[in-house]
Design a binder for this molecule. Structure first.
Ligand code: TYD
Length: 206
């Protein structure tokens, strides 16, 4: 990585956009340059935050209101920031996180309800930092939903909101990239994993 390159990078996108695979691929490339890399995820990424994760991603879609979700996601993020992200950045590591605050801006701020102002207010109160760079993995919602549901498991509470929800989310992520063109970049994630990985590496100058 070029000296002075981004050290705190979040991956964002709709469900099934391939973030997890791409975090792993970029981590491997960065490690090959000698960097210490911390791979992490939200909701979760620290012991307490992983406990909150289970409350959020499992169970009935109506389990929480969007307002309550904002509080829970932000609580989990605060724990993640304190215990994992901030210490890693302080010792000079590169942090790659599968989702961060832009997920709340989009899922709770525009996807589930029109609550962006509440998300931003709570973010500035409790979190106050943004990644140096956010990579939005952009994919057709039909493809993402099929991938997500094919994975099975019990963590499908958000997938159950359906196709229209995923369409609103995609539009929300693309709008964020237009709002913050310097720190939020869109990557076409419809191709093979290797093609997407190469596009991401180019984006950060590797
Ligand atoms: P994730 O584990 O990234 O799921 P996936 O691999 O399917 O993308 O995230 C779990 C779910 O939580 C996902 O559907 C998105 C949702 N989410 C929010 O609604 N708001 C948030 O702030 C975050 C971080 C995630």
């Amino acid at each position: 990585m070029t000296v002075g390159g981004p050290r705190f990078i979040s991956f964002e996108g709709i469900d099934g956009s391939g973030k997890t695979t791409q975090v792993r691929a970029l981590a491997a490339r960065l490690r090959a340059t000698g960097a210490e890399v911390v791979e992490t995820r939200e909701p979760g990424g620290a012991e307490g935050a992983e406990m909150i994760r289970r409350l959020l991603v499992e169970g009935d879609p109506s389990r929480w209101s969007p307002e309550t979700e904002i509080l829970l996601f932000t609580a989990a993020r605060r724990d993640h920031l304190e215990r994992t992200i901030a210490p890693a950045l302080a010792r000079g590591a590169v942090v790659l996180t599968d989702r961060f605050a832009n997920s709340t801006r989009v899922y709770q701020g525009v996807g589930r309800a029109d609550l962006r102002a509440s998300v931003d207010a709570l973010h500035s109160l409790a979190i106050g930092v943004e990644p140096d760079l956010t990579l939005v993995l952009d994919i057709d919602p039909r493809v993402g939903l099929a991938r997500g549901l094919a994975r099975g498991g019990t963590e499908d509470r958000f997938e159950q909101f359906g196709a229209d929800f995923q369409i609103r989310l995609r539009a929300g992520f693309l709008a964020l990239a237009r709002e913050f063109p310097r720190r939020v970049r869109v990557v076409d994630a419809s191709g093979e994993a290797e093609t997407v990985a190469a596009a991401i590496a180019a984006e950060i100058g590797l």
